[in-house]
Design a protein around this ligand. Structure first.
Ligand code: HEC
Length: 152
């Protein structure tokens, strides 16, 4: 009578340990894939020297928002809430980035983001928008709006 009971407790214990262990492992693998730089290694040092010439005033952010929803159609992939489809393990790089992820926001410089808008994110569905869809000035405004998703 005692034996099966004991075994169930051991199994339950193992199950709980696996469940507790699993979450952070999956989350950190997703996180590191998201944070991996998208700008190629031989271009990133130069890209990181570029900074946004426009200030994050409400007026400039609104201009970026209008472009995000309007002619640049970023909203179709990244969503009204900027969350994309969320970052799902195994699909990182295939899904539109979640702009509300503060760790991702902190990991990227403005220069890297404008590089992506000019060149696209290599090997993904994130295409280049400058100069075909947006001027460089407009792209900087859109990025002010992208940054605003990382604010409280
Ligand atoms: C066709 C869908 C699509 C559209 C439209 C789109 N994106 Fe993306 N975007 C993606 C995908 C997919 C990724 C993820 C690529 C990756 O993981 O590198 C991404 C990633 C990004 C990134 C993050 C790259 C990084 O460094 O992590 C930025 C910034 C971005 N998009 C901005 C924009 C802006 C601004 C627009 C509008 C001008 C836009 N996107 C339009 C699909 C799209």
């Amino acid at each position: 009578m005692m034996m099966p009971c004991y075994r169930y407790w051991v199994l339950l214990g193992l199950f709980i340990m696996v469940m507790i262990g699993q979450g952070p492992i999956v989350a950190s693998a997703t996180e590191s894939a998201v944070l991996k730089p998208r700008v190629p290694a031989d271009k990133i040092d130069e890209a990181r020297t570029w900074s946004n010439p426009f200030e994050a005033t409400p007026e400039n952010i609104n201009k970026g928002q209008a472009l995000f929803h309007g002619k640049a159609f970023c909203v179709t992939c990244h969503g009204k809430d900027g969350k994309g489809l969320g970052d799902i393990p195994g699909l990182v790089g295939k899904l539109p980035r979640n702009f509300t992820d503060k760790i991702w926001q902190a990991a990227r410089t403005d220069g890297e983001l404008i590089w992506i808008l000019k060149n696209g994110s290599p090997g993904t569905d994130m295409a280049s928008f400058v100069p075909l869809v947006l001027t460089e000035e407009e792209a900087w405004h859109v990025l002010l709006y992208v940054r605003s998703f990382g604010q409280p």
